[in-house]
Design a protein around this ligand. Structure first.
Ligand SMILES: NC(=O)c1ccc[n+]([C@@H]2O[C@H](COP(=O)([O-])OP(=O)(O)OC[C@H]3O[C@@H](n4cnc5c(N)ncnc54)[C@H](O)[C@@H]3O)[C@@H](O)[C@H]2O)c1
Ligand SMILES: [Zn+2]
Length: 362
C-alpha cells in the first residue's frame, strides 16, 4: 500500500470537507471515513462494472474499521440517473433501517455520485455521504462541489439539490481500468481548468500529454490536484452558482446544446465540451477577447488528445443556439457566455443567440 496522500480542503464553514488524493486510498477508506464522523452503518452505492473492478478493497477496508456495509447496485448509464434508481436507494435505506448518522458512499462515476448525493440530501432530510469517484471526470469535477441530482425525461439534471459530501476520496489507481474514451472525456474538463484559471496547468498538459495519457500516476495526481483545487476555490466563492461558479461552464453552453441536439447518444459529455471549448475560443477571438496564438494553442492541445474538435456538419448554428436558450443559464433572451481572454483568464458576456450563431464556424 502506498502511503502517499495529499489532502485539500473545500472551505465552506461548517460544511467544509477534505478531498484526499493518492494511490491505494480505497484500502484506507475505513480509516478516512472514521475521520468524517459517520455512524457505523454504510451503504455503498455503485454499479455492476465498478463493483466488479473496485468494490472488494473498499468493502474490506470498511469492515476492518468496524463499519457495517450494505451494497446497493444500480444499473449502469446516464439513462438510469432517474427516479427509479433513486427509489431503489430509498427502499434499501428504509428496509435496512438507516438512521440520521448512517452514511452513503458513492463508488463510481458522475452518474452514481449525483444519484447517491441526491439520495443522501433527501433521505431523512439529509444524511452524510462520501464521494469515491472512479472516472477522471468525477475525480476532477462532479465529486467536488455538492451538485447532486437526477434527470427528468424533459431535461438533464432538472431535479436536484446543493448538498456537500463529508469527504472525497480520490484513488488514482482506479483510473487504470477506465476505458480510454472515458479518460479523454474527463481530460476535457482538466483542459477547461487550465483555460479558465491556470496557464501553468495548461502548459503542463501541453508538455506532458503523452505520459499523462499513459496513466503516469504522479502526473495524474498533479493534474487532479490542480483541477480539484481550482474547483474548490470556485465553489468556495460561489457555492450555489449565483454568479461566479458559472465560469466552470466554459465550453459548456455549446457543449450542452450539442449533447441535447444529438440526443445524448453521439458524444460523451467531455467530448461535447471539447468541441464547445474550441467553438467558444473561436467566438472569443472573433469577439476580440482572445488572441490568435492562445486560440491556436487551445485548438492544438485538444486535437492532440484525440478529443473531437469540430461540430458535426449536420449541426446548424441556428438550431444549436435555439437549444441554448432553453439552458438554465439564459435570461431575457440573452445567454451568459463565458469568453476566454487568453489562456488562464475569462469573462462573462451576455450574447444574443443570433450573435453566437453568426460567430459559430461550421
Ligand atoms: N455534480 C456535478 O457537479 C457534475 C459535474 C459534471 C458532470 N456531472 C454528471 O456526471 C455524469 C457523467 O459522469 P461520468 O462521465 O463519470 O460518467 P458515468 O458515471 O456514466 O461513468 C462512465 C462509465 O464508466 C464506467 N466506469 C466508472 N469508473 C470506472 C473504472 N474505474 N473503470 C472502468 N469503468 C468505469 C461506468 O460504469 C460507466 O459505464 C453525468 O450525469 C453528469 O450530469 C455532474
Ligand atoms: Zn462538464
Amino acid at each position: 500500500m502506498s502511503e502517499r496522500m495529499r489532502t485539500l480542503t473545500v472551505k465552506l464553514d461548517q460544511r467544509s470537507y477534505p478531498i484526499h488524493m493518492g494511490e491505494g486510498l480505497l484500502l484506507r477508506a475505513g480509516e478516512l471515513l472514521g475521520e468524517a464522523g459517520c455512524g457505523e452503518k454504510i451503504a455503498i452505492v455503485t454499479s455492476p462494472t465498478v463493483a466488479r473492478l473496485h468494490l472488494t478493497p473498499l468493502e474490506d477496508s470498511f469492515r476492518r474499521s468496524g463499519f457495517k456495509t450494505t451494497l446497493i447496485l444500480l444499473p449502469e448509464g446516464e439513462e438510469h440517473k432517474n427516479l427509479a434508481s433513486l427509489e431503489t436507494i430509498y427502499d434499501r435505506l428504509v428496509s435496512g433501517r438507516f438512521e440520521r448518522n448512517s452514511c452513503l458512499v458513492a463508488l463510481g462515476g458522475g452518474v452514481i455520485g449525483d444519484l447517491a448525493g441526491f439520495a443522501a440530501a433527501t433521505f431523512l432530510r439529509g444524511i452524510p455521504y462520501v464521494q469515491v469517484p472512479t472516472t477522471l471526470l468525477a475525480q476532477v469535477d462532479s465529486s467536488v462541489g455538492g451538485k447532486t441530482g437526477i434527470n427528468h425525461r424533459e431535461g438533464k439534471n432538472l431535479i436536484g439539490a446543493f448538498y456537500q459530501p463529508r469527504a472525497v476520496l480520490i484513488d488514482v489507481n482506479v483510473l487504470q481500468t477506465l476505458p480510454r474514451r472515458e479518460l479523454l472525456a474527463g481530460l476535457a474538463e482538466v483542459i477547461k481548468y487550465g483555460i479558465i484559471e491556470q496557464p501553468e496547468l495548461f502548459a503542463l498538459l501541453e508538455e506532458k500529454l503523452d505520459p499523462l495519457l499513459s496513466l503516469n500516476k504522479d502526473l495524474l495526481l498533479e493534474v487532479i490536484g490542480a483541477s480539484c483545487s481550482i474547483k474548490a476555490r470556485v465553489v468556495e466563492k460561489d457555492e450555489r452558482e449565483d454568479d461566479y461558479r458559472a465560469v466552470l461552464n466554459f465550453g459548456h453552453t455549446i457543449g450542452h446544446a450539442l449533447e441535447s441536439l444529438t440526443g445524448y447518444e453521439t458524444f460523451l459529455h467531455g467530448e461535447a465540451v471539447a468541441i464547445g471549448m474550441v467553438q467558444a475560443t473561436l467566438i472569443s477571438m472573433r469577439h476580440g477577447s482572445c488572441d490568435k496564438e492562445s486560440c491556436e494553442r487551445i485548438y492544438r492541445l485538444i486535437r492532440r488528445t484525440g478529443l473531437p474538435t469540430e461540430l458535426p456538419s449536420s449541426i446548424i448554428p441556428h438550431e444549436l443556439v435555439k437549444s441554448m436558450e432553453t439552458d438554465k443559464k439564459s435570461a431575457r433572451g440573452k445567454i451568459k457566455f463565458v469568453l476566454c481572454e487568453g489562456i488562464g483568464k475569462t469573462r462573462f458576456h451576455w450574447l444574443a443567440p443570433e450573435e453566437i450563431a453568426a460567430m459559430i464556424a461550421n
